[in-house]
Design a protein around this ligand. Structure first.
Ligand code: MEV
Length: 438
């Protein structure tokens, strides 16, 4: 069925859909209808979405929800979340309510430094390169003046440029390791534009540096790109309360707190568990990242790299009991933006930011870190008490009933029935069959 196609991007949307439906689907008419059903009825809104990427055919819906009742540094927040997993928003809301009753979340920005690098090869005498860099550094900075002007006016710009040698790891490999302050912008375009100019200046200045020989004067720039590893763009979120206050599901507060601490100790030493533990953290983080139009791949890559900072993959959250107080916290790198990119283009992103009271990037970092911490708390709370399936399957029940074709009345009856019965695929099927045969 699949065949190569020439000039696909130049076809009209209708032509693309026709080609796709005919060549890649079993029932072209039905496939076309699915794609068309998800178009926005307002052509202006659809146009915005069409132009985000190439070859847009339709829109792909994910649920947009909110988790209310988050008390963060004394301020109430309703957190918008975009995610497909049935139990995530319910879990976030429950954790928010739990900590609302126990003092709320506290957060702190530990750093906002972004990173970018010019990777280049130099096979000459290292000391000469160092001397050249010392001489050319001011020129590198002035060569990007037109790019940095506006950012500097707002208080941001380039923090520093360092020459780093990685010659011991890869023969001839050096970097300009550059750090930036991009304020409320995620800053990818700003950083990459600066880096590409640094690379040009580096190359051209090397050609005229009198101490370089002919070979040394030909610096080979390999690439210039921001890094999504931002260990100094860091936010801390925490909760704490006396252990006596968190009595939980038939066990004492002390026992509950100890079980959470133990669960985190396990995630700290065992990568299989750490990955799943952190996946739970990312359930909360990604959902807010998506709702606010940020780049979830960048965040995922950076956060997981940070989870290995002590030499092995480990938990992103931490807990301890000290003087009968339970402390639970995370420190997590989050390079986020609340201006630029999708933030002013996507109507749902604009609304999500408005729900959050149009936060600065620093405020958004704090909200996102809280969402991750809350999600992890909710998962651990279930895991160390009732087990995860009870809540998870309850939330999944509606998906199952929809899949099995239950009507509204049957759904209502079965949701009531499964309030005190165990949800499994077989038990739901059996209960639905029973109702339908009556
Ligand atoms: C499921 O999406 C997330 C959990 O597996 C996280 C965890 O195990 O901590 C429940």
């Amino acid at each position: 069925m699949n065949t190569p196609v020439e000039g696909f991007s130049k076809l009209s949307k209708t032509e693309k859909i026709n080609w796709l439906a005919t060549h890649c689907t079993k029932n072209p008419e039905a496939s076309k209808k699915v794609l068309e059903r998800y178009w926005n009825e307002d052509p202006q809104v659809q146009k915005i979405h069409d132009e985000f990427i190439e070859n847009t055919l339709s829109n792909y819906y994910l649920p947009f929800a909110v988790a209310p009742n988050f008390l963060i540094n004394g301020k109430f927040r309703v957190i918008p979340m975009v995610i497909e997993e049935s139990s995530v928003v319910a879990a976030a809301s429950k954790a928010a309510k739990f900590w609302l009753d126990h003092g709320g979340f506290k957060t702190e920005i530990l750093g906002t430094e972004k990173v970018g690098q010019v990777h280049f090869m130099f096979y000459g005498e290292e000391q000469k390169l160092k001397d050249f860099f010392t001489q050319v550094k001011t020129k590198l900075l002035s060569s990007v003046a037109s790019i940095t002007k506006n950012m500097e006016k707002r208080g941001g710009g380039i923090n520093d440029i360092e020459l780093r040698s990685l010659d011991d790891k890869l023969k001839g490999y050096y970097q300009l390791h550059c750090t930036f302050e991009t304020l409320d912008a995620m800053g990818a375009n700003f950083i990459n534009s600066c880096l590409e100019q640094f690379a040009k200046t580096l190359k051209s200045e090397a050609k005229t540096y009198s101490r370089f020989n002919a070979e040394e004067a030909e610096i080979e720039v390999v690439m210039s790109i921001l890094s999504n590893y931002v260990p100094n763009c860091l936010v801390r979120a925490e909760v704490s309360c006396p252990v006596s206050a968190i009595q939980e599901r038939g066990i004492s507060g002390k026992e509950f707190a100890e079980k959470i601490v133990r669960a985190i100790e396990i995630a700290k030493v065992e990568p299989h568990r750490a990955v799943t533990h952190n996946k739970g953290v990312m359930n909360g983080i990604d959902a807010v990242i998506l709702a606010t139009g940020n780049d979830f791949r960048a965040i995922e890559a950076g956060v997981h790299a940070y989870a290995t900072k002590d030499g092995h993959y480990s938990s992103l959250t931490h807990a301890k009991i000290e003087n009968d107080v339970f402390y639970f916290w995370t420190e997590i790198p989050l390079a986020l933006g609340t201006v630029g990119g999708l933030t002013s283009l996507h109507p749902m992103v604009k609304l999500a930011l408005e729900i959050l009271d149009n936060p600065t990037a620093k405020e958004l970092m704090q909200i996102v870190a809280v969402a991750g911490l809350a999600q992890n708390f909710a998962a651990l709370r279930s895991l160390v008490t009732t087990g995860i399936q009870k809540g998870h399957m309850k939330m999944h029940l509606l998906n199952m009933l929809n899949q099995m074709g239950a009507n509204e009345d049957e759904k209502k009856q079965l949701i009531t029935y499964f309030k005190d019965h165990t949800v499994t695929n077989a038990s739901v099927k059996e209960a639905l069959d029973k109702i339908q045969s009556q």
